[in-house]
Design a protein around this ligand. Structure first.
Ligand code: TYD
Length: 205
């Protein structure tokens, strides 16, 4: 007999939205496995370096495929085995990031990416994606001063398209997305994220 099913929760948002902090706290509260993209596996670390190095200039399609390759390995090595063992998994970014950044930000279009994502994940979809909503200016202010990777160096228009893309993803799939205001202090946001996840998915068994 199989045990209780694992669940996959993805934290999503623009750079500086606070999702890495929130993913860490959420995983702790749920007793879930914490992981992230890009770079959640050994192969992924190498792919991440290729992706974020300002020296490289991948085309939009190459960028999408590198993200997808990272995810394929991540699902195979980390996510799927944990879910199969009945664990809950919290991932800092998942398919929503590719749809928002490459689909909307780079203009590839979400529909053209669905097949790639389905292939990369072997159909493992997030049970819930949590969008941490923070105005662009606040996100910018939070990341100011720290080293900025290749994507973070993209112009404001790109990041505005990503932010608008996230809104569109929520609108088009409200059952699989929930929006949490990410502007408050860390504990307040953490409480809201936890409540949203438990409200939608229940508690780990
Ligand atoms: P992330 O590790 O979340 O950034 P940070 O190290 O600043 O917390 O993600 C790195 C960048 O990769 C970020 O700008 C978002 C981007 N990204 C995509 O464009 N598409 C994707 O599918 C993923 C997973 C990330």
């Amino acid at each position: 007999m199989s045990g209780p099913a694992g669940r996959l929760v993805a934290l999503e948002g623009i750079d500086g939205s606070g999702k890495s902090t929130q993913a860490t706290i959420l995983a702790q509260r749920l007793g879930a496995l914490l992981t992230y993209e890009p770079g959640g596996t050994e192969l992924g670390v190498a792919i991440r370096a290729l992706l974020l190095d300002p020296e490289h200039r991948p085309s939009a399609r190459a960028e999408a495929l590198l993200m997808a390759a990272d995810r394929a390995q991540h699902v195979h090595e980390v996510i799927e085995p944990a879910l199969a063992a009945g664990r809950w998994v919290v991932t800092d970014r998942y398919c929503g990031s590719t749809l928002a950044y490459q689909g909307f930000g780079r203009g590839l279009g979400a529909p053209s990416l669905h097949g790639v994502l389905e292939f990369a994940t072997a159909g493992v979809a997030a049970d819930l994606s949590v969008l941490l909503e923070v105005p662009l200016e606040l996100a910018r202010a939070r990341t100011a001063g720290s080293w900025r990777d290749r994507l973070e160096r993209d112009d404001d228009d790109f990041h505005a398209r990503v932010a608008a893309g996230y809104q569109e993803l929520v609108r088009s799939d409200p059952d699989r997305w929930v929006v949490v205001d990410g502007t408050a202090d860390v504990e307040t946001v953490a409480d809201a994220v936890h409540a949203a996840v438990v409200g939608r998915l229940g508690r780990p068994g």
